[in-house]
Design a protein around this ligand. Structure first.
Ligand code: ATP
Ligand code: MG
Length: 287
């Protein structure tokens, strides 16, 4: 806890019990300002529950949350101003235009009337959505709606942005547009990012740091590249009758050399965070 005041977020022993079910089982971590962190885990691991506690939507059963050393529950007005939230469910008003949706949010977040219009137009420009300003949201594609929800979360200049499964259900091509947008926010505004995902590729590509969550516990916290290095960078998959054997190697050459000696069908591929997860839990993230 040495850096409590310098860390934008510090979480200690955070837990949530629902009736007969522990959704989050005592997680602890801290983020420096400007970090880009992924919370990766399978369905039901506790990702949304964690985000909901960190953003004040639900109360933890126990544990502490500090933003820059300030107790989230003692000073929620002050700390909430630091937080932007992009929920898992899209909650835009489909009958209103992009501008109207943003305007309502600006009111809710206490942005002074004189600044609202300027702030909204500046962000529409930042996200390339100016052309959608006066169109009803129901005419938007899924990807454009997503960008608007993200943009809306930025209106009050949060220092940390929480995104719950920001690209779920989107085409791979649109997913990339959203990735670029989130990276731009992190780089240009230095906003700290915590996104949840169950997409391995999303965590690997975007996040400099990944927390892997399983059954409400964080089982790994590290740089995806280093985590993969720890496994060996290449996998030889050997297809035997009804099973696949996997062997790990530090270089492609070594894996290919082993492949040459194999009498079974086999292939070499790069290590992924799925391999890290599988080794630790015995199961896959995406089944
Ligand atoms: N309101 C609730 N009441 C009871 N159990 C709940 C409630 N909300 C979540 N849970 C349970 O807590 C666990 C964690 O759920 P959570 O939604 O946090 O997972 P998740 O990692 O976000 O999953 P997904 O990838 O499906 O979004 C699950 O077993 C879920 O069924
Ligand atoms: Mg969820």
């Amino acid at each position: 806890m040495d850096n409590l005041i310098n860390n934008i977020l510090t979480v200690a022993g955070l837990r949530k019990n629902y009736k007969g079910k522990t959704a989050v089982d005592g997680v602890s971590f801290s983020f420096s300002p400007g970090e880009f962190v992924g919370l990766l885990g399978p369905n039901g691991a506790g990702k949304t529950t964690t985000i909901k506690m960190l953003t004040g939507l639900i109360k933890p059963s126990s544990g502490m949350i500090y933003y820059y050393g300030i107790d989230f529950y003692e000073k929620s007005q002050k700390t909430k101003a630091l937080i932007g939230v992009v929920p898992q469910q899209n909650n835009l008003d489909r009958d209103l235009t992009a501008y109207e949706n943003l305007y309502l949010h600006a009111i809710a977040y206490g942005i002074p009337k004189a600044l609202r219009r300027e702030k909204i137009d500046e962000l529409l420009d930042f996200s390339g959505l100016t052309g959608y300003r006066n169109r009803p949201v129901k005419q938007f594609s899924g990807g454009t709606m997503r960008r608007l929800v993200i943009l809306r979360a930025l209106l009050h200049d949060p220092k940390i942005l929480f995104l719950d499964e920001p690209t779920v259900g989107l085409d791979p091509q649109i997913r990339r547009v959203i990735w670029d947008f989130i990276v731009k926010i992190n780089k240009m505004k230095n906003t700290t990012i915590l996104l949840t995902t169950h997409y391995i590729e999303e965590a690997e590509r975007l996040c400099k740091r990944v927390l892997i969550i399983n059954n409400g516990l964080i089982i790994v916290d590290g740089d995806p590249e280093q985590l993969k290095d720890g496994m060996g960078r290449f996998v030889l998959e050997v297809y035997k009758d009804d099973k696949v054997d996997e062997e790990f190697f530090d270089s492609r050459q070594e894996a290919l050399a082993a492949l040459e000696n194999s009498t079974f069908t086999a292939k070499v591929r790069g290590v992924t965070l799925e391999d890290v997860f599988l080794r630790l839990t015995g199961r896959r993230i995406n089944v």
